[in-house]
Design a protein around this ligand. Sequence first.
Ligand SMILES: *[C@@H]1O[C@H](CO)[C@@H](O)[C@H](O)[C@H]1NC(C)=O
Ligand SMILES: *[C@@H]1O[C@H](CO)[C@@H](O)[C@H](O)[C@H]1NC(C)=O
Length: 394
Amino acid sequence: MANNTSFPCAIILLFCVSIFLTNSSHAMQSFNVQRYGARGDGRTDATKPFLTAWSLACGSRAQSMVYIPRGTYLVGNIVFWGPCKNIITFKVDGTLVAPANYWSIGNSGYWILFAKVNRILVYGGTIDAKGAAYWSCRKKGGYCPQGARSLSFSWCNNVLLSGLTSFNSQNIHITVHHSSNVRIQNIRIRAPSGSPNTDGIIVQSSSGVTISGATIGTGDDCIALNQGAKNVWIERVSCGPGHGISIGSLGDYANEEGVQNVTVTSSVFTKTQNGVRIKTWAKPSTGFVRNVEFRNLVMRNVENPVIIDQNYCPNRNGCSRQGSGIKISGVTYANIKGTSTTPISMKLDCSGSNPCTGLMLRNINLTYLRRSSASYCRNAHGRSSGVLVPRNCM
Ligand SMILES: *[C@@H]1O[C@H](CO)[C@@H](O)[C@H](O)[C@H]1NC(C)=O
Ligand SMILES: *[C@@H]1O[C@H](CO)[C@@H](O)[C@H](O)[C@H]1NC(C)=O
C-alpha cells in the first residue's frame, strides 16, 4: 500500500529535479573568480581576476555565471562591459571592498559599473566602499576627488539586482542610467545620516524600473528619480535616516526630459528630512512631472512628510525671482498617515509661471505633537476627498 501511494510522488519529484537541473546548473557555465587568481583575503587586488572571469562569461555562447565565493575581495575601479553573448548571472557570496586610499576609486566617478549589458542577474553579496575617510575629506573642505558611485548600471536592459547589501558609498550607492526593464529587489543600503551625498538609489533617463523591498538609511535621498525616469514602481521601502524619496532635483537645465508614470506605495519613513518630495530649480526648463501616485505611506517623525518645492535655488545662484519651468500635473497623495516633527506637514509650493494642476489628496492624517498639523499652498490646484488632516489648502 505504502509503495503504491509513494510511487507517483517519486515520479513527480524526479521530474521536478530534472527540470531544475536542466534549467540551472547543468546548462550554465560557471566562472569562479578564484580560478583566475582572486583571493578572498581582503588584501590581494582581485580586479584583474574579476575581469578575466567576466570576459570569459560574457564571451561564452552558453548561459554563464560569474561566481564570487565567500571571502573578502579587494577590487578597484571595475567596468563590466557588454554586450554579452547570452544571459549572465553574477552571483556574489562574498564581500567586495574598495581600496583604503579613497583616491584610488574616487577619481573615476564609478566603482563597479555594468555598461551596455543586456540580460544580467546580480544576486546577493555585500559591497563596501569604505567611504568614511572620503566624507571627512569633503567635510573638512579639503582637496578631494569627485567621489565614486558604488554600483551602477548604464545602458543596460533586462536587469535583476537581488539581495545585495551596500555599505558606506563615497557617493551614490546605486545608479540606473539610460537603462530599461530593471528590477531591484530585497536590498539593503546603509551609510550614516551625516555622510554627504550618499543617496541610496538614483534613477535617470530610464524606463520600466521596479524597486521592491529595500531598507535604506543614508545621508541623502533614499531614492531619487531624476530627469527621464518613467514607468517606475517603488514598493515596500523602509527609509531612514535620509532625505526621503524624491522626484528631482529637476530643471537645473533648460532642456530636460520629464518624469512620468511613477508609483510609490507601501513604504515607511522614519526620522527622515522629507517623506515624499518633488523638488525643482526655480528657473526655466522644458521638463515636467506627470502621472505620479504616492499611496499607502507611513510617516514616523518626519520633518516634511509631503512636500513640493519649486523654489529650489541654493546660494541664490542666478535663480532667485524666477519661476520654475517644470510643469507638475496629475499627482495623487492617498492613504498617508503618521507624525510630522514640524507644524506644516504638507507644503505644496508650486511655480508661479507653471502652477501645479490636478493634485489629488485622499485620506491623509498627519499629526504634529498629537494634534492636527497645518498645510501651506502656493500656486497649487486640485481636489481632495476623504479624511484630510491637515486641511486642504488648495
Ligand atoms: C506605468 O508604469 C507601470 C510600471 O510601473 C507599467 O506597468 C505601465 O504599463 C505604465 N503605464 C503606461 C501608460 O506606460
Ligand atoms: C488621525 O490620527 C490620530 C492619531 O492616530 C487619531 O487620533 C485621529 O483620530 C485621526 N484623525 C482622523 C480624522 O481620523
